[in-house]
Design a protein around this ligand. Structure first.
Ligand SMILES: C[S@@+](CC[C@H](N)C(=O)[O-])C[C@H]1O[C@@H](n2cnc3c(N)ncnc32)[C@H](O)[C@@H]1O
Length: 258
């Protein structure tokens, strides 16, 4: 019997209703290419595989990799590795050659969720959809709108790249062992209208980091270094980072990158 490892963020889903809802949301079909990050003992893996021709697993825990290799299930490819270092773009390009949708799914290890979400942005061009279970607080920040106290650097950067929706709230009892926090499922679809170049994206990171560097301070202070190039209005100079819309941050990134 596998004992859950804290360092790998192992909390195994056991609520059948929630497992069913997540699999229904992923809507697996034969021509779809799916990679699951962190299959654990297979709460999502087995029901997914029964509706897919092929499923790729990416798992860091050697014992779980050995377990899945031993299971030797038809259509399953087991990759031992760290999701933070995995080249999702190369995976998606390779898989999508045969046509069909490319999806990344997983009940993610919560201790690496933000860096992993940013790492996945690099592959967004070739991925059609992501469905993840995350800490509820993180999902609330991801989908928060300008003006709300949850609106943060994570909200702006991810909303610039994805359409996102909190789909399901999940209580700790749905897992074994139960985590200390509430969880939520988020659906992320890369924005069709995304048009930033790499240097514009870098500028977006720069201006957003500066704007949110001191949440309570006005942009007059936080964006002092950029103010002349951005043409901030009087109202914007007095505003705080959380009051500015994602579209306005994108406009600033474009101005900064020229
Ligand atoms: C929250 S558990 C989810 C397990 C299973 N999917 C479930 O729902 O019951 C997280 C899984 O991610 C794996 N994991 C942790 N860190 C990882 C990393 N950096 N790269 C890939 N997998 C990782 C863990 O070993 C574990 O299998």
């Amino acid at each position: 019997m596998h004992r859950a490892r804290k360092r790998f963020g192992q909390n195994f889903l056991q609520d059948q209703g929630i497992i069913y809802s997540i699999v229904a949301l992923i809507n697996p079909s034969q021509d779809m290419h799916v990679i699951e990050i962190g299959p654990g003992l297979g709460a999502l893996t087995r029901p997914l595989l029964s509706n897919l021709d092929q499923l790729d697993l990416l798992e860091i825990d050697r014992d779980l990799v050995a377990y899945w290799n031993q299971e030797n299930l038809k259509g399953l490819t087991v990759i031992e590795g760290d999701a933070l270092k995995f080249n999702f773009d190369a995976w998606a390009q390779n898989r999508s050659k045969k046509m069909g949708l490319c999806k990344v799914v997983g009940n993610l290890p919560y201790n690496i969720s933000s860096p992993l979400l940013f790492h996945l942005v690099e592959a967004a061009e070739h991925i059609d959809e992501q469905v993840f279970m995350l800490q509820a607080e993180v999902v609330e920040r991801m989908v928060a709108q300008a003006g709300s106290s949850d609106f943060s650097r994570l909200s702006v950067m991810l909303q610039a790249r994805y359409e996102m929706e909190l789909v399901l709230e999940v209580p700790p009892e749905a897992f074994d062992p139960a985590p200390k926090v509430n969880s939520a499922v988020v659906r992320m679809i890369p924005r069709k209208d995304f048009s930033l170049t790499q240097s514009q994206w870098n500028s977006l990171e720069q201006v957003v980091a500066a704007a949110f560097s001191q949440r309570r301070k006005m942009l007059r202070t936080n964006l002092q270094a950029f103010a002349a190039r951005l043409g901030l209005s009087d109202e914007e100079l007095k505003a705080r980072a959380q009051d500015i819309s994602v579209d306005r941050y994108i406009e600033w990134a474009k101005l900064l990158a020229v």
